[in-house]
Write a protein that binds this ligand. Structure first.
Ligand code: SF4
Length: 369
């Protein structure tokens, strides 16, 4: 049911005023971002994917390095997946990199290397949803396709004083985004909407006094801008304890394994280990996991480091121990591949962020011993 104070639509004169005000503000105050200096759909696509879960200031150096390393769709399609994951290392959510790579190969096979220009064809590529497709087609080709990322959801929820969590009424939000989109200037309008959410209509304490939409914003008029958007009540985030082994052999090499392609962090390398079972010590867990996953017997030695890391739906603590190889050739029972490598060679492999901190701890340990 719609609250008495919530708007569910806007009149055409109101829409026109909102468009004009937003575009004028953007012309004066829009951000200068590297992907706004190009209309190359490939470069804009890369930026859109990187920005899906990551902040602008983190993305900029990755974006610039990526385009140097893979300047075209053809160059990306021809790259080895390990190079692609290495270039992505540290950005997290690695399915984004694997999908970019796979989509580049599909574009080479099905679109003769040209980024597709219809919404239907863009949506058929792996890793591209409705808002990313809208972002690419409007920014690169000035097509009138709406967007609805997290920032835009918040702005629209406040503009209309939406009094339910946005994720419960996503189609309603899409219809507002489409209603407002300026069909004469879709590129600038969508960019402006993203900037408004990122710079003024921020999650906490929005800067309403500076906002081009303040005279029309229902949340501002009801002084509800700090309550909207309403949030879904969240259950506690699970916390997993993981035992991790840095297994040394007699040649001073360390064992690493490559995670299966499907699933979290697929295709990346890691130090082997697994989740503690109830009543188990970290040492017992490591011994059991290495036997089950690699078919090896090891001796668990000194503690190296604990690493805490937050993923989107859970937290982990990696309890890392030095271990010594006793018997059994390592077998990739629950991973795609295993390798013995030296400490120096570790930097050539793509690792998840939490494992990079183990590598740093290993370098410190070797420097001090
Ligand atoms: S007036 Fe305030 S709450 Fe409304 S859109 Fe602008 S910044 Fe957001």
């Amino acid at each position: 049911m719609v609250s008495a104070q919530q708007r569910d639509t806007l009149s055409l004169p109101e829409v026109n005023k909102l468009r004009r005000a937003l575009l004028a503000w953007y012309a004066a105050s829009g951000r200068d971002l590297p992907w706004r200096r190009t209309q190359d759909p490939y470069a804009i696509w890369v930026s859109e994917i990187m920005l899906q879960q990551t902040q602008v200031k983190t993305v900029i150096p990755y974006y610039e390095r990526w385009l140097k390393q893979f300047p075209t769709i053809a160059a990306l399609a021809a790259a080895d997946q390990q190079q692609v994951l290495k270039a992505w290392q540290g950005l997290g959510y690695y399915a984004r990199a694997r999908n970019l790579h796979r989509a580049a190969q599909i574009i080479m096979q099905q679109h003769r290397g040209m980024f597709p220009i219809t919404l239907e064809a863009v949506l058929a590529l792996p890793g591209i949803g409705r808002t990313t497709a809208g972002g690419i087609l409007s920014a690169a080709l000035n097509q009138p396709v709406a967007i609805l990322d997290g920032n835009v959801k918040r702005v629209l929820a406040r503009l209309m004083a939406l009094q339910v969590p946005p994720n419960r009424v996503v189609e309603q939000l899409w219809s507002w985004s489409e209603m407002l989109l300026d069909r004469q200037q879709p590129r600038d309008f969508n960019q402006a909407l993203m900037d408004l959410g990122a710079t003024l209509c921020t999650p906490k304490n929005p800067a309403c006094l500076l906002c081009p939409w303040r005279d029309h914003c229902q949340a501002q008029q009801l002084t509800m801008q700090n309550q909207i958007p309403y949030s879904n009540s969240r259950s506690a985030v699970p916390h997993k304890q993981i035992g991790v082994a840095v297994i040394w052999n007699d040649q001073g090499q360390i064992l690493i394994d490559r995670r299966p392609q499907d699933g979290l962090l697929g295709g990346l390398w890691e130090f082997p280990g697994g989740k503690l079972e109830p009543g188990e010590t970290v040492e017992e867990c490591i011994q059991r996991e290495i036997l089950e996953e690699l078919g090896m017997v090891i001796e668990v030695g000194d503690h190296l480091v604990n690493v805490d890391h937050a993923y989107s739906h859970f937290h982990v603590t990696l309890n890392v121990h030095h271990c010594r190889h006793i018997s059994g050739e390592p077998q990739p029972i629950e991973c795609d591949e295993v390798r013995w490598v030296t400490l120096e060679e570790l930097e050539h492999y793509p690792f998840p962020k939490a494992n990079v901190r183990i590598i740093e701890a290993l370098h410190q340990y070797v420097a001090q011993s």
